[in-house]
Design a protein around this ligand. Structure first.
Ligand SMILES: *Cc1c(COP(=O)(O)O)cnc(C)c1O
Length: 322
């Protein structure tokens, strides 16, 4: 498991490589939630998503230790982790090969290549892209940095939890977009170690929510990957999951699932009422409040986890056409 000391160490290690992102209050959502609502604007992070925290911590740890023997870093990613790893590798003068499935949107592939990494489009699912990353590790001397199930990645994502507590000391609940669970595990480990009574609420889409299915079954299960507006929440949790499944199971207080219409409403509201352009995965907190599925009696923080969305797609969603 990953503990508070690991997260504090990660914060020191990645300082200067990641941004401290702003928080702001949302009056429109507070009326519906029944308590003050804060937006943690992590879509303003470098590379457009919180994933830079975990990737930077993992690459910095390699650089401290055994980096001498490795040829570079690799991963399989639905987009944002790949982009983050590309940036972190470039920061440390390492090569990066990012394996992505054919479902990953073109704008995310372009962004990886713009950061100087190779984007290798391979397979129809996240799991098939992962096989290529494993091959690069086994046969070509790359270090595989997975998107969530890795202690250094979880600790890096946990720095977001430390930041939230420092910025909003009276926070009572944190709503966390949930896919593989690296973000939720890290944020919950940090927040609950410092404040035992904080509630951690995970939010996923109804379409193919792998962690939700795994929790119901009591172990990781295979889920069919389907298209969703929250594309960064797609993909499995890994049948060999070691860390994020037990951490999410033990640390999460509630899990909310949203329909595609509810996610679209979140994107639209954040744009029209708050002027924030976010991707589907980052809009689930707002979507849950708007749907009446998320209320709180204490200050509530919604993590706007990323902003990497095709702008034409975003405009169509805001117009109600997608
Ligand atoms: C990766 C990602 C998530 C989910 O994070 P996990 O650690 O996989 O649960 C949420 N939002 C965005 C924008 C992401 O890129």
């Amino acid at each position: 498991m990953v503990g508070l000391e690991d997260i504090i160490a990660a914060q020191a290690r990645i300082a200067g490589k990641v941004r401290e992102t702003p928080v702001r209050q949302s009056a429109s959502l507070a009326r519906l939630a029944g308590a003050p609502v804060w937006l943690k604007c992590e879509h303003h992070q470098d590379t457009g998503a919180f994933k830079l925290r975990g990737a930077s911590n993992a690459v910095a740890r390699l650089d401290d230790g055994k980096a001498g023997g490795i040829k570079g870093v690799t991963t399989a990613s639905t987009g944002n982790h790949g982009r983050a790893l590309a940036q972190a590798a470039r920061d440390h003068g390492m090569d990066a090969v990012i394996c992505v499935s054919r479902l990953v949107p073109r704008n995310k592939i372009d962004a990886i290549e713009a950061l100087g990494a190779e984007a290798r489009v391979i397979g129809a699912t996240q799991d098939e892209a992962f096989e290529e990353a494993h091959r690069l590790e086994a046969e070509e001397g790359f270090a595989l940095i997975p998107p969530f199930d890795h202690p250094d990645v979880i600790a890096g994502q946990g720095t977001l939890g430390l930041e939230i507590l420092a910025q909003i000391p009276d926070v009572g609940a944190i709503a966390v977009p949930l896919s593989g669970g690296g973000l939720l595990a890290g944020v919950a480990a940090a927040a609950k170690a410092l404040r035992h009574d904080i509630r951690i609420i995970g939010i996923s889409m109804e379409n193919g929510a792998a962690m939700s299915e795994a929790l119901k079954a009591g172990h990781p299960v295979d889920v069919t990957e389907v298209e969703t507006l929250a594309d960064s929440l797609g993909g499995g949790i890994g049948m060999q999951n070691r860390l994020t499944f037990p951490m999410v199971r033990d640390l999460m207080d509630d899990l909310i699932l949203l329909s595609e219409d509810e996610i679209a409403a979140g994107i639209r509201h954040l744009s029209v009422a708050e002027g924030e352009v976010v991707e589907g995965a980052a809009a689930v907190g707002a979507g849950a409040v708007l749907a009446g599925k998320l209320v709180s009696d204490r200050p509530l923080v919604l993590i706007l986890s990323g902003g990497n969305i095709d702008l034409a797609r975003h405009a169509a969603i805001v117009r109600g056409e997608a």
